[in-house]
Design a protein. Structure first.
Ligand SMILES: [Zn+2]
Length: 296
């Protein structure tokens, strides 16, 4: 299943800086300029001391990785990619650098969306990702995050994909919330469309991952499928470097529309985010257990 085809064009290449206006066709609508400081984004997540509010009763987070994991997901590795980053807005030159995204060049990273009240997507992504990590670890999975806090810049989409590949992840998910038209509601899952030499090896398992996450997410959160984008809550895209460059099954979650006031109220609610994280963990778990049955 984990065939690593080292395609020549597939290595992430950092292109020289191009200062021209970057057409940031990202998964989420980029918030351009302005740089509204996000007061809600600053509960100062301390990177590695495990003291964040979401770490249930898991005990010490002090890097005791020698502990044998048990649980239904023991032996699996999941990479979680919290989209964007808290420092991106102040680093427009750095994140505007063009990188080879598998289907043309894209910006290294983007700022992301935010609600009308200024709750930023990067803070949402980071919070849900930590909760998701905790849920998956409770089930015994090994979890790798593509960034270690919400204060930095990037990494580039190429690096986000590479982290999943290097970890040999059994599944990878990029956590986002969209910035669509304010009238539009709902969540959707983006999966890699077929792109020869890039996603042909992961398109099918990624489709299954997308279906599992979609069903678990709507069951667990009650969130409706997006009514303004995608179809039945699913979208196949070939323009996202984070998917094109992945060699492991991967999807993007767009958990809701930050521009819609009803969705925004959910997204900004910690209890809703906990449900969202647990639902995604359930969906990933279903996918991983299916894979086991097939191999076994
Ligand atoms: Zn996003």
């Amino acid at each position: 299943m984990r065939t690593k085809t080292a395609l020549p064009g597939k290595a992430p290449r950092i292109a020289p800086l191009v200062a021209a206006a970057v057409l940031a066709l990202s998964a989420c609508t980029a918030v351009s300029g302005g740089g509204t400081p996000d007061p809600s984004a600053a509960p100062a997540p301390s990177a590695s001391d495990g003291s964040d509010a979401t770490a249930d009763e898991r005990g010490s987070g002090a890097g005791d990785e020698a502990t044998e994991s048990t649980g239904p997901l023991a032996g699996t590795t999941v990479v979680i990619d919290p989209g964007h980053n808290g420092g991106n807005a102040d680093a427009s030159e750095e994140i505007s650098e063009l990188v080879e995204a598998g289907h043309g060049r894209k910006a290294c990273d983007t700022v992301g969306a935010e609600t009308a009240d200024g709750y930023s997507e990067h803070a949402f992504n980071w919070d849900v990702s930590k909760r998701l990590r905790d849920s998956l670890e409770d089930e015994g999975a090994e979890v790798v995050l593509t960034r270690e806090d919400n204060e930095g810049v990037g990494p580039c989409i190429t690096e986000r994909a590479a982290i999943g590949n290097e970890a040999g992840a059994d599944a990878a998910i990029s956590v986002h919330a969209d910035g669509g038209p304010s009238s539009g509601r709902g969540f959707h899952i983006i999966r890699p469309g077929e792109l020869d030499g890039y996603t042909d090896d992961i398109a099918e398992p990624s489709r299954r991952l997308a279906l599992d996450v979609r069903s678990a997410f709507e069951e667990g959160t009650g969130q409706q499928r997006a009514d303004y984008i995608a179809e039945d809550g699913l979208d196949a895209r070939t323009d996202l470097g984070g998917l094109n460059l992945s060699d492991v099954p991967k999807v993007f979650l767009e958990a809701g529309n930050m521009s819609n006031s009803a969705d925004a109220a959910d997204l900004a609610d910690p209890e809703w985010r906990q449900k969202a994280a647990e639902s995604v963990a359930e969906g990933i778990g279903r996918f991983l257990r299916e894979g086991e049955e097939k191999e076994g």
